[in-house]
Write a protein that binds this ligand. Structure first.
Ligand SMILES: Cc1cc2nc3c(=O)[nH]c(=O)nc-3n(C[C@H](O)[C@H](O)[C@H](O)COP(=O)(O)OP(=O)(O)OC[C@H]3O[C@@H](n4cnc5c(N)ncnc54)[C@H](O)[C@@H]3O)c2cc1C
Length: 187
């Protein structure tokens, strides 16, 4: 049983997994390798002085794995939710259980639509549909959250990564029953 399963390993999902695993939450990230960020060149990501999208995503993956995220390359086909437990199924027939599921599927809402998560028209350029979330990142289904492009934020890596972190902090806070903060000091 995972505390959190993140679906999507772009900046939003990778950043979320970094925060949840660093907070000690058992985290699985499932990604099928279709991040639009793999086509991007980034001259506007604060703190990273010109970096390719693939490099940003790869560094983010290593950061998340360093803190314990299990990162697997598969396609999610379904999420079944019963009594607070979510079972995430992949196209190869495997399934994984979690307390919380975070949808970070970029421009794709097919999984969300398939499992009954409410989808609304997008407002950002070239984004047709997004998942309806509240200010915390919660969808209409208990324990299912969304972050990044698929949750309607501006489609820039600094924003999507930040939104993934924001929603992850909200998930960790809900699990812990108090607001969570992750600050390290210079040693
Ligand atoms: C050509 C191009 C240039 C860009 N240039 C810039 C720029 O200069 N500066 C900037 O800030 N932004 C730029 N962007 C935008 C930036 O890449 C995105 O805004 C942002 O990174 C999206 O992050 P995300 O995590 O929401 O989505 P994505 O990076 O798309 O990640 C979503 C992930 O979900 C996975 N996924 C989806 N469905 C499933 C499923 N069923 N099962 C498993 N995995 C699934 C996909 O494989 C993907 O890895 C550019 C984008 C493009 C396309």
């Amino acid at each position: 049983m995972y505390d959190v399963i993140v679906i999507g390993g772009g900046p939003a999902g990778g950043s979320a997994a970094l925060f949840t695993s660093k907070a000690g939450k058992k985290t699985l990230l499932i990604d099928n390798g279709k991040s639009v960020t793999k086509r991007a060149w980034l001259d506007n990501h604060y703190g990273a002085d010109a970096i390719s999208g693939p490099d940003l995503v790869e560094i983010g993956k290593k950061q998340a794995e360093k803190f314990g995220t299990e990162w697997v390359e598969k396609s999610v086909s379904d999420v079944q939710s019963v009594d607070g437990k979510h079972t995430v199924s992949t196209e190869d027939g495997e399934s994984y259980d979690a307390q919380h599921v975070l949808l970070a599927t970029g421009m794709l809402v097919n999984v969300a639509q398939h499992i009954g998560v409410e989808v609304i028209p997008g407002t950002e350029p070239r984004i047709k549909n997004i998942i309806k979330v509240d200010e915390q990142g919660k969808t209409n289904k208990e324990g299912i959250w969304a972050a990044g492009t698929v949750a309607g934020v501006s489609m820039h890596t600094i924003v999507t990564a930040g939104d993934g972190a924001k929603v992850a902090i909200n998930i960790v806070s809900e699990i812990n029953g108090e607001r969570y903060v992750d600050h390290d000091m210079i040693k």
